[in-house]
Design a protein around this ligand. Structure first.
Ligand code: HEC
Length: 134
């Protein structure tokens, strides 16, 4: 028992074996641009997902983007006015770009890498699509 590899208190957990792949983690997206190109929305735009997205949008996004996505939230007076999220331009963005912007942030917009889970980000994407009438 004494002579065996064991994890001591305060010691890092054992690293994964070389070449091991996560089975539950979301797909890696190195950047906003990469997310735009490679990611497909895995979360069905069900009423429940859109509803979750609406709640998350109100908490995390509306302060800047405004309740209807028009870039008229209260923070804009002290920060930057973001572009409309319901314009013809925004309607043409692939889901992966919306996801990537939330995950990585924009040139000015903060990243929601830690603030939202993978599934929550897709819920917000589904909500933005419903806001756009798509
Ligand atoms: C602190 C203010 C702020 C918050 C909070 C914020 N954004 Fe932004 N967002 C911006 C600004 C400013 C821009 C434009 C500059 C940039 O892209 O960095 C932007 C850009 C975007 C764009 C790209 C629009 C385009 O046409 O290029 C999307 C999509 C977006 N935000 C979605 C979201 C979502 C979804 C949330 C919530 C999860 C969110 N933002 C939270 C400020 C914010």
């Amino acid at each position: 028992m004494v002579r065996q590899p064991s994890v001591r208190p305060q010691q890092e957990p054992r690293p994964a074996a070389p070449g091991a792949l996560p089975t539950t983690a979301p797909r890696r997206t190195g950047s906003r641009g990469e997310a735009r190109e490679i990611l497909r929305n895995p979360v069905e735009a069900s009423p429940a997902s859109v509803e979750r997205g609406l709640k998350l949008y109100r908490i995390h996004c509306a302060a800047c983007h405004g309740p209807g996505g028009q870039g008229d939230g209260p923070v804009v007076a002290r920060f930057l006015k973001p572009p409309s999220l319901t314009s013809e331009r925004a309607k043409k963005y692939p889901d992966g770009f919306l996801y990537g912007t939330i995950r990585h942030g924009g040139p000015k917009m903060p990243s929601y890498r830690e603030g939202l889970s993978d599934r929550e980000r897709w819920d917000v994407v589904n909500y933005l699509r419903s806001l756009q009438g798509r």
